[in-house]
Design a protein around this ligand. Structure first.
Ligand SMILES: [Zn+2]
Ligand SMILES: [Zn+2]
Length: 788
């Protein structure tokens, strides 16, 4: 190549998600297209490039790099510096990764891309109807990795040596499958088959055969276990009442909504409304379950009992596409497990654990190494927000704000329920996929194993371990054990401080930002004073927080039983507000009062009085339970936390913005030792009067949501003025309630305040590990330098 007259040489550095996503081949292709020579490589900081060529071509190259960035890549920053021209290379080359590379290039699993799907549907293509087709832009990633570095030998694809055709693709930088570790074809790759629960193989064995047979069985009312990318699901016809009922009985999951898969958007739109953002989420690479408002035709009533929403996803692997192609109605696609156990991922395990649930098993021989539940998102207050962050999102790192780059490495253990853990290092936070409820032994074992895997993948050596203050959380205990074994410090982080700090970090608030007003509304978290908190107004920065106000603590008679039996909270709240005798005198005829009268009230009031197994909690979640039970929603029992509140939200939604859905009167705050206590006496009284006059429970529910929204907003606005802060951070699981988040946000915005709420991490306990990590990091960095 003759050197152009205006020859320049530059060293370029690209940061962001640029490894394991086909970035180097893109650089290679574009450099050649612009007649540049040089080299590209991966290293600890991202991608490095050295280029020689014409000044103008180089500018065009940079522009095209941003424009033609591969689908799964995300460029955060491009740094350029000129170099001496020196000896000009002959060609442009991809250099294999440099030694000392510490950054993993494991990315999140991604839904099949359109190019692969086209091949799967093309009779002339060698991958026609092949269920495991993938490329650099799509396919399994975290779900198949065993150890570092991320190459085929360290994944469950090691069992499938590539055929010559696949190897050629893998080695050709101009090919879409260059260095695609899970690359496979019908000749060399994984195979799918169908068998009955008795172990009998169905059909002659081809993929086409197995998928067609599975489709027919589902349509005929059978329950089929389907092995996917991150776990084994249970599938059945979503419009068949009997089958859905049978699935609930067998799975012993009686209430929680089932997720659905539809062939395409048109099919979803027969059953639910889909707006533009929801459509984009459905089609996105993570391909999550999107919670949509039900509308139009109905699926079986057992799919989402008590809910006005349906959780839909689209097919995200070729296998799911092929299965759904001939389906005329949506299918239930729920995790393959019994009630609270983690989802099954292993063929043998599924065949034994799911034998009593599934009639047939559609399995394959590519091992799922890491369980990844389907992610769940919902559009609330104008944004798509994760309720569960797992497949498709983890382990994509979250860039931390200014000031955190030099934090050192922090491991945050997360909470107890909906657990995730978090690794903080190099100015980035890696949040694990949703692990689940650690009290389940299988989940806890999975959590321990994943901790090990992530620490290996990201070459993580914790300098500090952050834990929740709750001494009984298994995550706290394990964190303390690890810290002791590794001789590192443990930092306890208050639960609600973690909620608020996580949201601050996600929104890019710098390390030394002014304090914000944090409003944390959730079920229960261990307070700094050893009590149970959950309706908190905090003045918080990353380092510390101060409790300014909270909901009035109300006893939870029976402790954990009060979480399962909502009427206990109604009793405790009414007892707290008025004393039960006054209720008996004034509202004896109300159904809820008559229900409660049947209970052993003498015992209960004695327990509360003496503080026996009746811990007081300033919990917003329990207030929702108490009101739901008063309206006859899950009065006796709820089968999962939030069930009563979700059902109440469903009935309140249509009336929330109506004229008659106005708030009940608000109590003025009362003060105890400089902290404002928020009561709901006036609301309770008006609400009981509404019920006495036969007011529609849906309207009472709407007015209740408006009241809590108004009360939270009013308290927040008052403290913002007093503390001279203009930013309010809303987080905690109760803010997954759409009406509440929208009701509070709208009022705060009208008051001219900046409102932040979680958008890329869950508002529930799935987000607290990020908060623990940044709080611990801020505390270490805030310490004075050691004097030598
Ligand atoms: Zn692809
Ligand atoms: Zn092959």
């Amino acid at each position: 190549m003759t050197n152009p007259e205006n020859m320049v040489a530059e060293s370029i550095r690209v940061n962001g998600t640029v490894q394991g996503v086909g970035f180097r081949p893109t650089v290679w292709r574009l450099a050649r297209a612009h007649k540049l020579t040089g080299l590209v490589w991966n290293d600890a900081q991202g991608v490095g490039i050295q280029v020689w060529g014409g000044a103008q071509q180089l500018e065009e190259f940079i522009r095209s790099l941003q424009r033609e960035c591969p689908p799964l890549a995300r460029i955060e920053r491009i740094e350029r510096s000129s170099m001496a021209i020196g000896r000009v290379p002959e060609a442009f080359e991809i250099v294999s990764s440099l030694a000392g590379e510490t950054q993993t290039n494991v990315t999140a699993d991604a839904a099949v891309c359109s190019a692969c799907l086209q091949e799967v549907n093309d009779p002339a293509d060698r991958r026609f109807r092949y269920p495991f087709t993938n490329c650099t832009h799509c396919g399994p990633r975290l779900s198949i990795i065993r150890s570092v570095p991320y190459d085929r030998a360290n994944t469950s694809m090691s069992a499938f040596p590539m055929c010559p055709d696949c190897r050629n693709e893998y080695q050709d930088p101009s090919n879409r499958r260059f260095h695609a570790q899970p690359n496979a074809c019908p000749v060399c790759g994984p195979k799918v088959w169908l068998e009955s629960s008795a172990g009998e193989k169905i059909g002659t064995g081809g993929a086409e055969d197995a998928l067609a047979a599975a489709q027919k069985l589902i349509a005929a009312g059978k329950i089929v276990a389907v092995k996917g990318i991150g776990g084994i699901h249970l599938a059945c016809d979503a419009c068949n009442e009997q089958t859905v009922h049978r699935l609930r009985q067998r799975k012993q999951r009686y209430q929680k909504a089932f997720a659905l898969m539809a062939r395409d958007i048109a099919m979803i739109e027969q059953y639910a409304s889909v707006n533009e953002q929801e459509r984009a989420a459905l089609h996105s690479a993570p391909a999550p379950i999107v919670v949509l408002d039900a509308q139009g035709e109905a699926v079986a009533s057992g799919v989402a009992p008590g809910q006005a929403t349906l959780g839909f996803m689209l097919p995200y692997t070729p296998l799911h596409h092929l299965l759904m192609q001939r389906m005329v109605s949506p299918i239930v696609l729920t995790s393959g497990n019994r009630s609270d156990e983690p989802q099954s991922i292993d063929n043998e395990d599924a065949l034994s654990r799911l034998a009593q649930i599934a009639d047939y098993f559609l399995l394959h021989d590519r091992d799922i190494v890491n369980r990844l539940d389907d992610s769940v998102v919902r559009m609330v207050a104008g944004d798509i927000r994760p309720l569960r962050r797992a497949r498709g999102y983890a382990p994509a790192p979250i860039s931390l704000p200014e000031g955190f780059a030099g934090s050192g490495q922090v491991l945050a253990m997360g909470g107890e329920l909906k657990n995730t853990f978090c690794l903080l290092q190099g100015g980035r936070a890696v949040l694990s996929q949703h692990m689940g409820d650690l009290e389940n032994a299988l989940t806890f074992a999975d959590y321990r194993r994943n901790l090990g895997l992530y620490r290996a993948l990201f070459d993580h050596r914790s300098a500090v371990i952050a834990v929740d203050l709750h001494p009984d959380y298994l995550s706290t205990q394990l964190g303390q054990e690890l810290a002791q074994a590794e001789h590192v410090e443990v930092i306890g982080v208050q639960h609600h401080h973690a909620h608020i700090a996580a949201c601050m970090a996600e929104h890019g608030m710098p390390l030394h930002a002014e304090p914000v007003l944090g409003v944390a509304m959730d079920g229960l978290g261990y307070g700094a004073d050893g009590g149970l908190w959950g309706g908190e107004f905090l003045l918080a920065d990353y380092r510390e927080c101060r409790r300014l106000a909270h909901f009035a603590p109300v006893a939870m008679p029976g402790g954990i039983q009060a979480m399962r039996e909502p009427w206990r909270n109604t009793y405790a709240h009414l007892q707290h507000a008025f004393g039960w005798e006054w209720i008996q005198k004034n509202f004896a005829d109300l159904p809820i009062v008559r229900e409660i009268e049947k209970k052993p009230l003498k015992n209960l009031s004695l327990m509360i009085e003496r503080g026996l197994n009746s811990p007081p909690a300033s919990s917003c979640g329990r207030l929702f339970d108490a009101v739901a039970a008063a309206l006859g929603i899950c009065t006796e029992t709820q089968l999962f936390e939030g069930q009563a509140a979700m059902e109440m939200e469903s009935i309140a939604a249509p009336l929330f913005q109506s004229q008659s859905g106005n708030p009940y009167p608000l109590d003025p705050p009362r003060w105890e030792q400089g902290i404002a206590i928020v009561d709901f006496r006036l609301m309770w009284r008006a609400l009981l009067e509404d019920l006495t006059t036969g007011c529609d429970p849906a309207l009472v529910a709407a007015r209740f949501h408006q009241t809590v929204s108004a009360q939270i907003a009013q308290t927040a606005i008052w403290f913002c003025q007093k503390q001279r802060t203009g930013t309010v951070v809303l987080s905690g699981g109760v803010f997954q309630n759409r009406l509440l988040l929208e009701g509070v946000s709208a009022r705060l915005c009208v008051a001219g305040l900046r409102v932040l709420s979680p958008k890329s991490i869950p508002a529930n306990d799935g987000g607290i590990s990020l908060g623990q990590a940044v709080v611990a990091a801020a505390n270490i960095m805030g310490r004075p330098e050691k004097q030598l």
